[in-house]
Design a protein around this ligand. Structure first.
Ligand code: ADP
Ligand code: ASP
Ligand code: MG
Length: 842
């Protein structure tokens, strides 16, 4: 959904017929339908105004339902009036009906006066009063002839009010009664006379005015009012979209998408971010109220199928990405949902066996048909017609009350594993039959009892418990990033926790490849070469805010401080981060604390085990001790693979500088070895571990000995390398002194927390990274060159410290460490359940 500002300047009102092709081509039309729940109160309607302001252009189309539960009110007025008509003279009491009409009128008046200025409100109240008189006349007159005219008032009032409000506050608009253009064959089939309807709609739209059209209602060829059935405004919206060849339809409702089950009954229902057309259609057919059964029909029209996408979004949370319905690839096709319908009838008859069943299919479109055993499931409303139809064929029929529960997903009926799971989930319910839908997008269980919330919850749990889809974005395609990607296919194939993890984004500093349908992990790098495009941070954040996954993980394998500055926004969007990048974890105290807070607030997980010690589980161990109740008071060790190599190897037989240049050649140092010799990297690592251990300190609190003398610090790299021998005297001197004491030199990081004498709970922190003279027997003195060593003293590890030692740098161990973090996050996310937020009238 693109956000564009409403162009309110086009105010010339002419017929749309007069508009040139050229002008129309400027902006592909979007249809926005606001449901009753989104228009239930003046507060809701003001929210709708904001959405129109930010999401619509003047030639878009708005379709509205009746405000709140106005249609229910109108139905109950009709019911009351009917009871009156049927009551005997002495039983008749007009007061309940009068009171109900007055209440409805009052509700409408309240909306009008709360929203419009006095002048405009007066006009609308005047029109309302006339309608109420008409309503009363119909309710007490020729009632049944006006059933649909009575129901039509809801949408009529709603469109009129919204249009008046737009005129007053936002832009020119006109309200259009759909009965002035929309012609259908009859209320049962609701087939649209497209040519006539499109032509008449063109006449009623006015250039420079935003059209607000009544949903739900239409007329037949004789001009009689028809409705499109309960929740029919959704269908109105897609009909209108097909009439004007709109690009997008958005159904704005009170829930931010279509869920894997009715979220009012199943709190653990998951949002379905993308639904393939056929599956959505099946969901509508099997009772999902967000998708009226016919809503998808106009979009699946072969002429428009490729153009019109349907979105479901929440008018209460317009920024949240909702559900998109259209043509999607493999990942969307794996989504499953569970839906149910009560109060149905199972009908057995010989006329439903074999070829003959096709007739009942064509005539009644039953919920399901089994032409081998000869039964169909229909609604109660269809019973009479089916009985008559069968009587005319001279066959007997037997009806039994039933309910259905169905699992719905792309071609589920062809998937043995899913069917077996569905069957198992129904063990205790003992369904009468299990039937595949004709289109294979659902497997329907027929139950002799009503489907209860308990059944729905249990079945939903069993069908979807391990189906949380996780999107993975890898940033940084250097040495380690490439190795991470090389390992990814086999990891995805063998690690159970990664079952629903999909690579969806690859980023270098300049280019991005993003594919919501998943990037083939076996060709990730070549696909990136071929298809990646330039991007900026704004584009990246905007894509990330609309990603279609249950969870998104960004793996930051960049060395970039700039990229680390995006973490805050990642966390604000609930995105999880695995970072090998040290910048964020060693940033200023205020920045770091804010990141931790943001991550907590938005339930984002941030793991960075590889920031220190590559794959060694040092961050993990410290985190674990701390969260298990231990108190760490000392962290020490050799944290730099480069410095480890240099000092383990340096024995004076060759000069320090030639050893350093040798290490540079082997890729053991950074391209400029001063980055290693400066101690800054070790200082950052000590800061990261200290923070993990629960201490609050900043980089400046850690003394850092720079091994590069001042006069060499400002040179460019080449000049420094040319004068590297100027380092030699210092190191030769240090080594000679150590040797004299039978000791050695090592670059060591140390943090010590000692209780303060003068305060009960205060701790004195000393932290430094420096060259130390160590006994040759010291644990830090005997490493395999390049290895890291970490030593932790704590309450539990007091006399004999905990030591972790091993390779602290390298392609394989770092990429492996990142994979370990990935599995860890995916395991945590698998058990995470989001509670669905439903706002509004429900
Ligand atoms: P509107 O007033 O916008 O037309 P409806 O009330 O007709 O909205 O439909 C939206 C309601 O449908 C939501 O409030 C939600 O509780 C309910 N609902 C039932 N099943 C589902 C589902 N599977 N996904 C989303 N919402 C559902
Ligand atoms: N107002 C109608 C109903 O309540 C149509 C709709 O809301 O879609 O069913
Ligand atoms: Mg609805």
């Amino acid at each position: 959904m693109t956000q564009t500002q409403l162009n309110v300047e086009q105010s010339n009102a002419t017929s749309f017929d007069a508009v040139t092709e050229n002008h129309l081509a400027k902006h592909a039309i979007q249809v926005h339908k606001f449901g009753g729940s989104s228009l239930a109160s003046s507060q809701c309607i003001n929210r709708v105004l904001e959405i129109i302001k930010s999401h619509c252009q003047i030639n878009d189309i708005i379709v509205v339902s009746a405000n709140g539960d106005t249609t229910d009110h109108l139905f109950s007025l009709y019911q009351l009036a009917q009871e009156q008509l049927q009551a005997s003279l002495e039983e008749q009491d007009p007061r309940p009906l009068e009171a109900a009409v007055a209440a409805l009128s009052k509700q409408q008046q309240a909306l009008i006066t709360e929203l419009l200025n006095a002048n405009n409100a007066k006009q609308l109240i005047h029109s309302l009063a006339a309608d109420i008189e008409q309503l009363k006349a119909w309710l007490t007159g020729d009632l049944s002839a006006h059933h649909n005219n009575i129901l039509a008032f809801g949408e009529l009032w709603s469109a009129r009010l919204l249009s008046a409000l737009l005129n007053e506050k936002l832009c020119p608009s006109n309200s259009i009664d759909a009965r002035d253009f929309l012609v259908i064959d009859n209320e049962v089939d609701c087939l649209v006379d497209t040519a006539t309807s499109a032509a008449q709609l063109r006449q009623h739209r006015q250039f420079g005015k935003l059209a607000v059209i009544t949903g739900y209602i239409s007329k037949d060829e004789r001009g009689h009012t028809c409705t499109l059935g309960r929740n029919g405004s959704d269908y109105s919206a897609t009909i209108v979209a097909s009439l004007v060849d709109a690009r997008n339809v958005t159904l704005w409702t009170d829930v931010d998408g279509i869920y894997s089950a009715d979220p009012r009954i199943v709190p653990s229902a998951r949002k379905l971010h993308r639904l393939p057309n056929g599956v959505a259609k099946e969901l509508g057919r099997l009772g999902n109220p967000v998708l009226h059964a016919k809503t998808l029909l106009p979009l699946i029209n072969p002429l428009t199928e490729h153009h019109t996408h349907l979105h479901v979004a929440s008018s209460f949370d317009a920024q949240v990405a909702g559900t998109e319905i259209g043509k999607f690839g493999q990942i969307a096709k794996q989504e499953l949902s569970v839906t149910y319908l009560n109060d149905l009838l199972l009908a057995h008859s010989e006329s439903f066996i074999g070829e003959a069943a096709n007739k009942v299919r064509a005539e009644f479109a039953p919920i399901c048909v089994d032409d081998k055993q000869g039964f169909v499931v229909i609604t109660q409303a269809q019973q009479k017609a089916l009985s008559q139809w069968l009587a005319s064929h001279d066959t007997e029929v037997k009806f039994n009350p039933v309910s259905i529960i169905a699992t719905v997903g792309h071609k589920v009926a062809e998937r043995g594993d899913i069917k077996a799971r569905f069957k198992r989930s129904l063990r205790s319910v003992k369904p009468l039959h299990l039937v595949n839908s004709d289109n294979s997008h659902s497997v329907i269980a027929i139950l002799s009892e009503p489907c209860t919330p308990e059944i729905l919850n249990n079945v939903h749990h069993d069908m979807t418990k391990d189906a949380r889809h996780i999107g993975l974005v890898v940033a940084g395609l250097g040495n380690i990033g490439q190795r991470f990607l090389e390992l990814l296919p086999s990891q995805l194939a063998k690690v159970e926790a990664l079952e629903n993890t999909h690579l969806v984004g690859l980023l270098s500093s300049k280019k991005a490849l993003i594919n919501n349908d998943g990037i083939d992990v076996n060709q990730a790098l070549s696909l990136f070469e071929q298809d990646s495009q330039g991007y900026d941070n704004q584009q990246l954040l905007s894509w990330l805010s609309h990603h279609p996954y249950d969870e998104l993980i960004v793996v930051d394998i960049t060395p970039s401080e700039d990229f680390s500055l995006l973490y805050e926004q990642f966390f604000q969007q609930g995105i999880h981060v695995i970072g090998a990048n040290k910048w964020a974890a060693s940033s200023s105290t205020a920045h770091y604390n804010n990141l931790i807070q943001q991550a907590e607030r938005h339930h984002s997980i941030w793991l960075g085990n590889t920031t220190v010690g590559a794959g060694l589980p040092i961050n993990f161990a410290i985190d674990d001790l701390r969260h298990s109740g231990d108190e760490i008071n000392q962290i020490a060790g050799i944290f730099s693979g480069t410095l480890s190599w240099l000092f383990e190897t340096y024995d004076g037989s060759t000069s320090f500088s030639s050893l350093m240049l040798d290490a540079l050649q082997q890729g053991i140092t950074e391209p400029d070895p001063r980055e290693d010799l400066s101690g800054r990297d070790v200082q950052r690592k000590l800061l990261i571990l200290a923070r993990k251990a629960g201490f609050e300190l900043s980089l400046d609190d850690i003394d850092c000995q720079n091994l590069v003398p001042e006069h060499l610090q400002a040179l460019d790299t080449q000049a420094f390398l040319a004068r590297a021998d100027e380092l030699d005297e210092f190191f030769a001197d240090q080594l000679a002194r150590a040797n004299a004491d039978n000791a050695c030199i090592r670059y060591v990081a140390r943090l010590q927390a000692t209780p303060q004498d003068d305060s009960a709970n205060g701790l004195k922190l000393t932290a430094k990274v420096s060259l130390e003279v160590l006994a040759k027997t010291d644990a830090f003195a005997n490493l395999t060159p390049c290895d890291n060593i970490f030593q932790i003293s704590s309450r539990w590890y007091q006399d004999n410290p905990l030591i972790i030692r091993g390779p602290g740098a390298g392609r394989d161990v770092t990429a492996g460490g990142l994979h370990s973090d990935l599995v860890n996050i995916c395991q945590q996310l698998a058990s995470k359940q989001n509670q669905v937020k439903i706002k509004g009238i429900n």
